[in-house]
Design a protein around this ligand. Structure first.
Ligand code: NI
Ligand code: MN
Length: 223
């Protein structure tokens, strides 16, 4: 069984048979989170960019749990300098890991670190393909990503202001053609308040793709 835990904002953990990946581990100061980051263990941490609401608790968790940080080279190197294990990749690169594979996708957003670039991830996790878009605006090559990878779950930001809003995220779903869409990066603060229910009905009526709204602090069983 594979489970996807949501801690609010863009912080997810996917777990299968005791192997787990954390995406953008923003626990401390995340208004939606109720989990104690000191109790979070994982094998890999995937960091989309270095803004505080994404790099988050990466260094503390990686140092304590010995998790390997997977990110763009600039952020992987920053983590390595702080004593973390890391695996540097970059846009367009794909690599096999014991759990499956990771492809680094472009994300149209700031990197939060000099010289870097924000990214997203398409992860094959024990046969389930998850696209974690990171913070990004809408871009037409999402259609290409949908052709290159058969995406099961697309985790898309809908908060607007810093990233795609609900209308653009619905367009993204139409291009990516995932089996299921999960909204993220909304309702953390008033500036990114959105109705996930309105997003769900828009995507389901326009594209016939089911949207699963996951409440912070709950989990979804992936199949
Ligand atoms: Ni950001
Ligand atoms: Mn963000």
């Amino acid at each position: 069984m594979t489970q996807l835990h949501y801690y609010g904002h863009s912080c997810f953990q996917v777990i299968h048979n005791g192997v787990s990946l954390l995406f953008d581990p923003f626990f401390t100061n995340n208004p939606l989170n109720t989990a104690n980051p000191k109790k979070i263990d994982c094998n890999f941490i995937l960091v989309s960019h270095a803004h505080g609401d994404h790099l988050g608790d990466t260094l503390d968790i990686a140092q304590r749990s010995k998790a390997v940080v997977i990110s763009t080279a600039e952020i992987a190197n920053l983590c390595a300098q702080q004593g973390c294990s890391s695996h540097a990749m970059h846009l367009g690169g794909k690599h096999k890991f014991d759990f499956g594979s990771v492809r680094i996708t472009p994300a149209f957003h700031g990197s939060g670190i000099p010289g870097g670039h924000a990214c997203g991830f398409i992860v094959d996790f024990f046969g389930i393909v998850i696209y974690f878009a990171g913070d990004t605006g809408l871009f037409g090559d999402m259609e290409l990503l949908g052709r290159l990878e058969k995406i099961d779950y697309a985790l898309l930001p809908i908060g607007d202001n810093f990233t795609m809003g609900p209308e653009d995220a619905a367009e993204a779903a139409g291009m990516l053609k995932p089996r299921i869409v999960v909204p993220m990066h909304y309702n953390t603060w008033p500036l990114i308040a959105q109705s996930p229910e309105a997003f769900k009905s828009a995507v389901e009526s326009r594209f016939k793709i089911p949207v699963q709204i996951v409440s912070p602090g709950t989990k979804l069983t992936l199949a």
